[in-house]
Design a protein around this ligand. Structure first.
Ligand code: NAD
Length: 469
């Protein structure tokens, strides 16, 4: 273990912890000011962040960066600013009759110093959205962004240092080794977004310190097309959800489950929609590149492996890839042992799996881990309700893709192998708060009657209590 690195991390943590101890319950005004600075930083540097992401990815559609990384942080910060006063308020909780006239109050208290580890696919959003929640809740924040987006991470470190004191919020850049040392720090809460295998390691590191963790992980998110679906609408929305950020989205539809007789028409419509949105792939400014040569080779490997095992590969375009833009591919007749059916795809490849009965589709979903997202397309409400009741998923969008992620009033987080805990809006505020119950006793309480020496009074009171609860 790199001693200098450990010392540097420990110093950053100690500085934040001392600052927190000097101000354990930051006021509304202090929190508001921090959120306003985060908002200002995001607005001021949005274009520069988009340019840095484009350099990191090889190419990244500017509009995708401005929508998915910049606007999302702005809207999350504004949402928190509008509701902060209400979220901070202690709330009265019901007190049972036999405890009156005492009172129950639930106070929300910041945890202290929070660690945030972020991945590369939405490098600004996935670092700053947890930070918004942590700052709103009154915490100090240390962030470890991804090494795969070095320009964005360096820019983030610089602008955070310009807008925040290091003991308020601080960015520590570095690779997996830095991530490892970072997650071994005794934070008051650790918030990790990344892959399921690394999530397991992070959970173990946190366990040594009994640091609570939120794990925002990935996995294979299915899209189930019902027989009642409008095929045109379904194809258009699926193509968008799959090709946004070139499929490098934690909640992208990973594979499709389609009624057998609809497979051919849906495939044709998907190809047509992909061509409508992206008339060309080569040189298209709207189409994002694959983040690194290694990831590009991995995706190409998934296609080759499926083809070798007998899958039909339909490319949406004839273009040769450039700047690591990967031509989208639909994969049909893929055997279940193909790698593309085993691991999270995280790219513009879409296996299409036919089913005869909805139960067959449900059985397919149940064979895998509980996914981060599930999509259902159709018009038949009873069929939808049945699928919702019979499946687990981190979150669901019905008749579209991705958009449940933008709902600040709903919790965002996985279940099972796709993660634990949640954030967004008030859910994030609560993740980074200790909800401390206060039972405020009255001087007129009759609890003395329960004190020893025990005798007939105790027995009579217990019998009375049993009758009234
Ligand atoms: P990753 O797990 O490889 O890396 C994530 C972060 O962890 C990086 O900052 C990395 O440096 C750090 N890290 C790597 N090894 C570590 C270790 N041993 N200990 C501590 N930290 C370590 O993930 P990635 O490739 O950057 O991102 C892609 C994955 O993230 C996909 O699986 C995707 O589904 C998932 N993801 C999930 C969400 C969500 O909200 N649930 C969002 C985006 C991405």
């Amino acid at each position: 273990m790199d001693i200098a690195l450990q010392e540097r991390l420990q110093l950053a943590l100690t500085a934040q912890r001392r600052a927190f101890e000097a101000e354990r319950m930051p006021s509304y005004a202090v929190r508001r000011d921090r959120l306003e600075r985060l908002l200002k930083m995001t607005r001021q540097h949005g274009e520069a962040l988009a340019a840095a992401m484009a350099r990191d990815f090889g190419h990244r559609a500017r509009q995708e960066s401005l929508l998915a990384d910049v606007f999302t942080v702005e809207s999350g910060a504004k949402h928190a600013l509008h509701r902060l006063r209400r979220w901070m308020k202690p709330r009265r909780v019901e007190t049972p009759l036999h405890f009156l006239p005492a009172r129950n109050v639930l106070m929300r208290q910041p945890l202290g110093v929070v660690g945030v580890v972020a991945p590369w696919n939405y490098p600004y959003y996935l670092a700053m959205a947890p930070a918004v929640a942590a700052l709103a809740a009154g915490n100090r924040v240390l962030i470890k962004p991804s090494e795969l987006t070095p320009e964005t991470s360096a820019l983030m470190a610089r602008i955070v240092a310009e807008h925040f004191a290091p003991e308020e919020m601080h960015v520590i850049t570095g690779d997996a080794e830095v991530g490892k040392a970072f997650t071994q720090l005794p934070f008051d809460h650790l918030f990790f977004t990344g892959s399921t295998p690394v999530g397991r390691i992070v959970a173990q590191a946190a366990a040594k310190n009994l640091t609570p963790v939120t794990l925002e992980l990935g996995g294979k998110s299915p899209a189930l097309v019902d027989r009642s679906a409008d095929l045109g609408l379904t194809a258009s929305r699926l193509a968008f959800g799959k090709l946004f950020n070139a499929g490098q989205t934690c909640v992208a539809p990973d594979y499709l489950l389609v009624p057998r007789e609809l497979m051919e028409p849906l495939t044709q419509r998907l190809l047509a929609e992909m061509r409508r949105m992206y008339p060309t792939i080569a040189g298209n400014a709207d189409y994002t590149s694959i983040v690194s040569p290694r990831h590009f080779a991995r995706l190409q490997g998934l296609i080759d492996d499926a083809a070798q095992r007998g899958a039909r590969v339909l490319r949406s375009h004839v273009d040769q890839p450039d700047d690591r833009r990967l031509v989208p591919a639909l994969l049909l007749d893929v055997p279940p042992d193909a790698t593309v059916m085993q691991e999270e795809i995280f790219g513009p490849l879409l296996p299409i799996v036919p089913y005869d009965q909805v139960d067959d589709a449900l059985a397919h979903i149940h064979r895998g881990d509980r996914p981060l997202a599930l999509y259902w397309f159709g018009q038949d409400g009873a069929a939808r309700d049945r699928v919702m009741a019979q499946t687990h998923a981190g979150g669901v969008t019905v008749n579209d893709c991705l958009w449940h992620l933008g709902q600040e009033e709903q919790p965002f987080g996985g279940v099972g192998a796709s993660g634990m805990g949640a954030y967004h809006g008030e859910w994030g505020f609560r993740t980074f708060s200790k909800e401390k119950p206060l039972f405020i006793q009255s001087r007129f309480a009759g609890t003395k009657l329960f004190q020893p020496p025990y005798g007939a009074t105790f027995e009579r009171l217990l019998a009375l209590l049993k009758r009234i609860v």
